[in-house]
Design a binder for this molecule. Structure first.
Ligand code: NAD
Ligand code: UGA
Length: 456
């Protein structure tokens, strides 16, 4: 079992730390946000993520939290960098958190051999950048060289929020980019229980049927770094493609759900990430497609497919506005009830949420926007600057509404008592921007129902 430090207690760092500690490693999770660390020590989680609390409980005794580098780094054999890489002013990511963390790691490295592993999503070349920063900071702090006591690796993370623990225990693959075979060996050993699926699954996260050994892809640093952006961009353009065809399907009388099913059965295409809707959002696809474009520009290689995927994506919010405008005549003074604020279900993450972008467009056109979310309301009240009204119950949300727009596909919206709720509407119009509700049932209940890419 290894001694691990994870730098950054965000979605990736905390999940990774919890999963590794569950697997038996000794983990220290470090964050510069002292309030966050204090909260974690008291059992207060900084965000909503299914099963995180239970996994942390099962890992108790093997995981600690600190805000002090000297308490995490000197003893660690493997140090993960899992700090944020938000979009910078020119499209490429702002690497200031990575830089600060790498320098602090360098200042605090101990006497043993350490592998510093980049799990943050960073542009090609960042592995070398991190290595140089760590070595320089060590030399400045200690007056000697690290020489062979440091190896750097890239280990991109592919987890999805809302399914982060599931993805950590049952990943499709683990990718490691490194030039030093000792780094590869350390990470293979660290991940062995996952690679071999030899750990006892937590009772609430059973191993999927037919789960075999997990592929361990070892490659060079640059390729590992590019794999991460390529994967996110490919998933994003898959969604944009189905959204583009959804507009065509609507016009020619086809049903995009049938089209997605029909093409998804082709094993070369696959059924996932073909759900037409409001377009993608969140802290990753928007940021990472932008970063890929910035990388392309710097390298003198235009990436028109990625550009088009972004264009189609952001136009998807406008399409929903257009539908509402057409149905209601004008949006000025209308009350629009928004079902969902999080960028996807099973999270309270509001970063680049399509629901919020839609809300902003509706407000611009003079509508009143009243919003509901099963878990993200407290966070929205704290963090959202838009003049939204918030509703805790279906009744409070829908009373006097001119239309309801489903923006986040939370399962519970399907089970709302739509029959009795209808009387609350001023006009019983439902725009289902995720094709999530039972449209036929809503039509039967007397609603006007408009989905995405389905016969209107
Ligand atoms: P986050 O913003 O939730 O968390 C980052 C954490 O790092 C914060 O708690 C912050 O206080 C801390 N931090 C900042 N500077 C620090 C420093 N110098 N030392 C120690 N801690 C510091 O970020 P996230 O969503 O977990 O993403 C982290 C990285 O992983 C990003 O590069 C992201 O693109 C990538 N990623 C994210 C996801 C996801 O689903 N969120 C999935 C895969 C990859
Ligand atoms: C995404 C990737 O799926 C992860 O593999 C990756 O690790 C992560 O980004 C990252 O790099 O941070 P995440 O953003 O958590 O994960 O969520 P997804 O499930 O990918 O959804 C992203 C967006 O696409 C959401 O707004 C979702 O509603 C939308 N989406 C997804 C669709 O509109 N249609 C689909 O078929 C699937």
């Amino acid at each position: 079992m290894k001694k691990v430090a994870v730098v950054g207690a965000g979605y990736v760092g905390l999940t990774t730390g919890a999963a590794l500690a569950y697997l038996g490693h000794r983990v220290v999770v470090l964050d510069v946000d002292e309030a966050r660390v204090e909260g974690l020590r008291q059992g207060v989680l900084p965000f909503f993520e299914p099963h995180l609390r239970e996994v942390l409980a099962l890992a108790q005794g093997r995981i600690r939290f600190t805000a002090r580098y000297e308490e995490a780094i000197p003893q660690a054999e493997v140090v993960f960098l899992a700090v944020g890489t938000p979009p910078g002013p020119k499209g490429g990511p702002d690497l200031s958190q990575v830089q600060a963390a790498a320098e602090a790691i360098g200042r605090h490295l101990g006497e043993g051999f350490t592998v510093v592993v980049n799990k943050s999503t960073v542009p090609v070349g960042s592995g070398n950048f991190v290595e140089a920063l760590v070595r320089r900071a060590y030399a400045q702090a200690h007056g000697g060289e690290l020489d062979g006591r440091l190896a750097v690796a890239s280990n991109p993370e592919f987890l999805r929020e809302g399914q982060a623990l599931y993805d950590s225990f049952y990943p499709d693959r683990i990718v490691v980019g490194a030039e030093d075979p000792r780094a590869v060996a350390a990470l293979r050993e660290l991940y062995e229980p996952v690679l071999e699926q030899s750990f006892p699954p937590p009772p609430f996260l059973p191993r999927p049927e037919r789960m075999g050994a997990v592929p361990f892809l070892t490659t060079d640093l640059a390729s590992a770094e590019l794999i991460k952006y390529a994967a996110n961009a490919f998933l994003a353009l898959k969604i944009s493609f189905i959204n583009e065809l959804a507009a065509l399907a609507e016009r020619v009388g086809a049903d995009i759900r049938e089209v997605a099913r029909g093409i998804g059965l082709d094993s070369r295409i696959g059924p996932r990430f073909l759900q037409a809707g409001l377009g993608w959002g969140g802290s990753c696809f928007p940021k990472d497609t932008l970063a890929l474009l910035a990388m392309g520009e710097e390298a003198g290689v235009p990436l028109p497919i990625v550009e088009a995927a972004r264009r189609v994506n952001f136009a998807q919010r406008q399409r929903v506005v257009g539908k509402l405008q057409e149905a209601l005549g004008t949006l000025r003074g209308r009350t629009i009830a928004l079902l969902g604020l999080a960028f996807k279900p099973h999270t309270d993450d509001l970063r680049e949420s399509p629901a919020l972008e839609l809300a902003a467009l509706l407000l611009e056109r003079g509508a009143f926007v009243r919003a509901h979310d099963p878990v993200a309301l407290p966070r929205a009240r704290r963090e959202v600057a838009l003049p939204l009204e918030y509703a805790e119950t279906p009744e409070a949300l829908l009373r006097g509404a001119d239309a309801a727009v489903l923006a986040t596909d939370w399962p519970e919206y399907r089970t709302w008592p739509w029959g009795s709720l209808r009387a609350l509407f001023r006009t019983p119009l439902v725009v289902d921007a995720r094709n999530h509700l039972d449209g036929e049932e809503l039509l039967r209940l007397g609603y006007r129902y408009l989905g995405v890419g389905v016969p209107q």
